[in-house]
Design a protein around this ligand. Structure first.
Ligand code: GLO
Length: 539
């Protein structure tokens, strides 16, 4: 059986930073609607919309206070319905972000729960008595510090694996699960194309045993959710699953298990982080490892799963700055990352601005930072004796604001994002890097993305072809074959700033996409320039 999402290319919108329509400095839904023609031109099939629900914005919408209402700054439910319709008219589906590991502490359920131990909503969350006058155990929040927050009034602690304004829901409570399923059906009835599920690997947690990810009930809950909500509908679902291995991914996405369409795995994303440390402890990327990890995922799911392909999202630094060269070879390296990823098997995701080669936005003091994760880490590490310089270096490398600076539309004030004051600084390189410029330049990164999306739509081999890594290459050269129904394609990419050579073992035919204008020999040795990448047919 095949599904639309196997052939899809998904574009992620972080609404706060995409397009403001009313001058308040915050992106909104009418702003997104005004840019749908641009997305249609790019050719994408679906939009993953980061949360637009009512929220006090402790974690920019990932702390939801009402799942069935829209954040005031973003617009109204009528705007949301119009977005779904207008997108559907352009054959674009809207995939909603489902954040159900936790709510906001301002959600009505938590407000009730806090009223006392006897409140009917108390058990919607995870409460524990103190142990020896202290926190119940040493569970840590992903945003620094203990995962337990003391509630004076009742003398108990509640669990928050993220900020203390994001209390964890108690999934062991059947009523909680039913509320979530009802809410999902509310959105499905509005005609959405599916769900991206935030930190979904955490819902089966057993906090008393310090088990958070991959808890024993996780897959039982997902099967129950599938049955109670989207199971009978033609939608896509993608779970955010940190720490997933291919074996774990199959549990979620093997079609016979009736759980999710696919998951986001993060193995390649952790490759520039020191072993056993966290994301802030940097080490250089090994291209050899990157090839090995991505190839493992390409070949190990078989029919028991489906890959999602991504370099970027709202939590990650911009790939061109991270593993490419965002100065001298910005265009070449941005295109190279696109070619390598979009020619693989799986569903590609593009994060807003990636398609024009937007870059990280370095800061020099903590006052310039908005992201709660970075701010909490800064304070924690200052206490631990790190220097300010070292912490700022980590934030510039990995901080989430890098990806969250406003979308760069043109070279007018604030990059055409807003007529007001943007909520987060615009990257000062917007006069050179913006959509208007990209559309006017036929050699821009944008047209490589557009071409890659077209290739996927036109050639079944891109969707279904078997993948094979070419092992005998220089470390810096990432090359692979795709094969389908007697057809064979070759993809070659130089991941370095120096020239490399690659030997064409078979005679090549039509060049499908290439980030340099030079012509390639039919066979034999090819000299690859910095970040050169191409895909060709094999005769
Ligand atoms: C990644 C999420 C992130 C949220 C977090 C809490 O882990 O996408 O942006 O902050 O999940 O909801």
């Amino acid at each position: 059986m095949t599904s639309w999402w196997q052939k899809a290319v998904v574009y992620q919108i972080y609404p706060r930073s995409f397009q403001d329509s009313n001058g308040d400095g915050i992106g909104d839904i009418p702003g997104i609607i005004s840019r749908l023609d641009y997305l249609q031109l790019l050719g994408i099939t679906a939009i993953w919309l980061s949360p637009v629900y009512k929220s006090p914005n402790d974690d920019n919408g990932y702390d939801i206070s009402d799942y069935e209402d829209i954040m005031d700054e973003f617009g109204s439910m009528a705007d949301m319905e119009e977005l779904i319709q207008e997108a559907n008219k352009r054959d674009i589906k809207i995939v909603m972000d489902l954040v159900v590991n936790h709510t906001s502490d301002e959600h009505a359920w938590f407000v009730e729960a806090k009223k006392g131990k006897e409140n009917p909503y108390r058990d919607y969350y995870v409460w524990r008595d103190p142990v020896n006058g202290d926190v119940p155990n040493d569970l840590h929040s992903a945003f620094s510090g203990s995962a337990w927050e003391y509630d004076e009034a009742s003398g108990q602690y509640y669990l928050h694996l993220f900020s203390k304004k994001q209390p964890d829901l108690n999934w062991e409570n059947k009523k909680v699960r039913q509320e979530v399923y009802d809410m999902m059906n509310f959105w499905l009835e509005k005609g959405i194309g599916g769900f991206r599920m935030d930190v979904i690997d955490l819902i089966g947690k057993l906090p008393d045993q310090s088990i958070t990810g991959n808890g024993p009930m996780l897959h039982t809950y997902l099967q129950e959710m599938n049955q109670a909500t989207f199971g009978s509908q033609d939608v896509m679902t993608v779970g955010e699953t940190w720490g997933a291995t291919p074996e774990i991914a199959k549990l979620y996405s093997d079609p016979i298990r009736n759980e999710l369409s696919m998951v986001f795995q993060f193995e390649h994303i952790g490759l520039d982080q020191q072993e056993g440390k966290d994301k802030w402890d940097l080490k250089p990327l090994s291209i050899g490892q990157l090839k090995q990890i991505l190839s493992k995922w390409q070949t190990s799911l078989g029919r028991e799963g489906w890959n999602s392909l991504f370099w970027n999202n709202h939590d990650l630094p911009r790939i061109v700055s991270r593993w490419g060269n965002d100065k001298e070879y910005r265009v070449e390296s941005a295109k190279m990352f696109a070619i390598v990823l979009h020619m693989m098997k799986g569903t590609p995701y593009i994060y807003q601005g990636e398609e024009i080669g937007m870059t990280n936005c370095p800061i020099s003091t903590i006052d310039e930072v908005d992201d709660i994760e970075s701010i909490n880490m800064y304070n924690e590490r200052l206490d631990q004796g790190y220097t300010k310089e070292a912490i700022i270096e980590s934030i510039n490398a990995k901080g989430r604001d890098n990806a969250r600076t406003p979308m760069q539309w043109d070279n007018s004030a604030h990059a055409g994002f807003t007529t007001g004051t943007p909520w987060l600084h615009v990257n000062p390189n917007y006069p050179e890097i913006n959509v208007k410029q990209s559309l006017a330049d036929e050699d821009s990164v944008f047209y490589t993305y557009k071409k890659l999306i077209e290739l996927r739509k036109e050639h079944a081999i891109v969707v279904w072809g078997e993948y094979e890594l070419i092992e005998e290459t220089a470390e810096e050269v990432f090359a692979y074959y795709r094969e389908f129904s007697g057809e064979k394609w070759l993809v070659v990419a130089n991941f370095s700033e120096s020239n490399q050579t690659f030997t064409l073992e078979e005679e090549i035919g039509e060049v499908l996409v290439h980030n340099y204008h030079t012509s390639l020999p039919k066979s034999g040795e090819v000299l690859l320039k910095p970040y050169e990448a191409f895909a060709t047919k094999i005769l």
